[in-house]
Ligand binder design. Sequence first.
Ligand code: BGC
Length: 490
Amino acid sequence: MKAPLTSSGAAGKRAFSPPKATVRPVTVPPSSAQGMTPWLVVVLLVVLFSGGLFGYDQGVISGALHGIKATFSLSALLVEVVTSWVTLGALLGALSAGELADRIGRKRTVLIAGALFTLGAVVQAVAPGTLVLVAGRLVIGAGVGVAAVAAPLYAAELAPPAVRGRFVSAYQLAITAGIFLAYLVDGWLSNSDSWRIMLGAAAVPGLLLFGVALVAPMSPRWLMMKRRRADAAAELHKIHPGANVEPQLDAIATALHQESERASWAVVFHRQWRCPLMIGIGLAVFQQITGINAIIYYADQIFASAGFATQSAQTTATTWAIGGVNVLATLIAIAYIDRLGRRKLLLAGLIGMAISLVVVGIAFRFIVTPAAGAAATGPSAAGIVTLLALVGFIICFAFSMGPVVWTVINEIFPGHIRGRAVAVATAVNWGSAFLVSQFFLTLIGAMGNSLTFWLFALFCVIAWVWIYFRVPETKGQSLEQIQLLWKKAS
Ligand code: BGC
């Protein structure tokens, strides 16, 4: 058997022990490495607002759609366009964000995301017709895509190695909180014209994101890429007051020196970086094809077929069992990602996800759809089992494939291609999300509920094996040390 790609553990050491002393260890005083300085709080706020807006905009449409349909009498095709063009905008936004993040910097790219969120939300809220509404959906989608690339990248570059996992996981926490909030808002504002408030409300956090990003520090790693060492030193001093930042600057300079100067797209796809690129893309795809968004988007319908007969029973189950649990379980990742490491969480989570999906599939075998017109009797035992298994799935996803995938994607690439490579992985993630949400109902129609959930379970098993052999442990290492893993591997 081939040894797993890991820098810890005996087998992994053979595959991936970093060459000694090429990059000096980064020394920041323990107080600033572990503790939160005020500027790190600002970095965290950038991450929280970006993730929150991502989640809110993704979650809110299901509740708003009813009112939009009533206001504009949309055809089925236009309903799909209004729903899914956010994803299209996000795809385009993610792809351009990589280039932007490398050219104008991480901080300015986040500023653009804040502006797009605000603009898109206002345009949607005041839309006089479908055309303007769709334009607003595209703009806010672009904001989601730009933020999805720039914010975690920014966090990964500014957080000290010892807490980097937590910083990027905070992004996932904010996504889940955004989705949860959107579910709650959808429940509160259900009369027909309140869709304008639901969609327009995103302008407030959009503006807050813009304001926070305006004062936030710039990424020292990006400044070093632009050969602005003095500015990079000033930003590092701001973040870690009193620290000797020279060793860290030297380490970044050494890593940059070893990289090719030009960060064109050809460099991103060069053979030399195939290993991290495949890992980034693989994780992005597996995060989606193991079924999370089929459940996030269609939870109401899954609960309906599991016997939750009334709209309010379905909404309550979705809001709390899916939305609320998702937020709480992400806290597990925040607590353990930098202690247990990325691999353990990913591998444990995937086992739990696979088991839960198998149980959902079995439960559906025992669910009898009531005849049309029959009185509602509430969920059967099999329906309750479905609910519990879905809760199990969400918990396992929330401490593993959710936060850990974004963390690893943002830490594995070398500095000069990081922006674009993260953008590729993020765009692939959105593309996969689009495909899964687009074809989930078709799959259910063609294969039935049970087989569809078992298919997701199969993807969990494949993901487990692939991660076991391919994804290295990156816990506690500086971004420059992680880069050395690929040199060694190639
Ligand atoms: C995924 C989203 C998903 C969310 C659910 C994120 O990590 O990228 O597609 O909807 O988690 O919590």
